[in-house]
Design a protein around this ligand. Structure first.
Ligand code: ZN
Length: 276
């Protein structure tokens, strides 16, 4: 059963990843996403319309060997990478949701998929442009309200068990979203001030916004775990990247996004592991 759900989630993830590629390309350039009035995607180089069979997630890039059929323009490796990554993350999320017994499964999975999509597009834009559109972060954070209100006992955001007994579940989730959002933003503003003193701009306002958006999804407990995982990953991977490449300025956002995603699925397991 879990394998079937994972396979479906993976296939769906590849399609969502294909859409995220459009978001990642158009949003930083201020182009409309074509959500309201459907605009057919064209080749960024020669403007030729992309035919449906050249627009199949993951498959088409390999069939076309990374070249536009009309003009031979090199389609960036980012396209299959984002599609493959999103497919993998969706499949893992589904598998983890079955293990953790998320319920209602479909509602929780859709919410987790939206959260994952926000993190993937944010990380990819941060890597390419070194800044994150504020509108993406604001929308991403506000979207957390939907599962917080709509899903009883939303699995990600929690205030702490004893506080929940006397308050409406939806209100608890909203309070948790606000607390998580504020806590993560405050922690990152604090670190940012610290970094300013040391004359480095690794934590931009985009990172603070990302923290606030993810905090709304995760609540005050899991978001701290996410921050810790993100920072540790950044230190480890950053050290390796510094040895391998010359580029020194690197956004923290992709590492934070990874930390928040891990916290959503393994946060409680990590807390148990660390706190005993
Ligand atoms: Zn072309």
């Amino acid at each position: 059963m879990a394998a079937i759900i994972m396979a479906f989630a993976g296939g769906f993830g590849a399609i969502v990843g294909s859409f995220l590629n459009v978001v990642i390309y158009r949003l930083p350039r201020g182009e409309p996403l074509g959500l309201v009035r459907k605009s057919r995607s064209g080749c960024p180089s020669c403007d030729a319309q992309i035919l449906w069979y050249d627009n199949i997630p993951l498959v088409s890039w390999f069939v076309l060997r990374g070249r536009c059929r009309a003009c031979g323009w090199g389609i960036p490796l980012r396209y299959p990478l984002v599609e493959g990554l999103t497919a993998t993350l969706f499949a893992v999320t589904a598998g983890r949701a079955v293990v953790l017994g998320w319920s209602p499964l479909l509602g929780a999975l859709v919410a987790a998929a939206v959260f994952t999509a926000i993190l993937v597009s944010t990380a990819a834009i941060a890597i390419q442009h070194n800044r994150i559109p504020g509108g993406l972060l604001l929308t991403g954070g506000l979207l957390a309200i939907v599962p917080a209100v709509g899903l009883d006992d939303f699995p990600l955001s929690e205030l702490g068990y004893d506080m929940q007994a006397n308050i409406q579940p939806a209100l608890v989730s909203l309070l948790a979203a606000a607390a998580g959002s504020g806590l993560a933003a405050l922690a990152l503003v604090g670190l940012r001030t610290l970094y300013r003193v040391f004359r480095s701009a690794a934590i931009g306002s985009g990172c603070v916004g990302l923290g606030a958006a993810a905090g709304a999804w995760l609540g005050p407990r899991l978001v701290v775990t996410g921050l810790v995982v993100g920072f540790l990953t950044a230190v480890l991977v950053g050290a390796i990247l510094c040895l391998l490449t010359r580029r020194r300025e690197r956004s923290l956002a992709p590492f934070l996004a990874a930390g928040f995603w891990v916290a959503a699925l393994w946060g409680e397991a990590l807390e148990r592991l660390i706190l005993g």
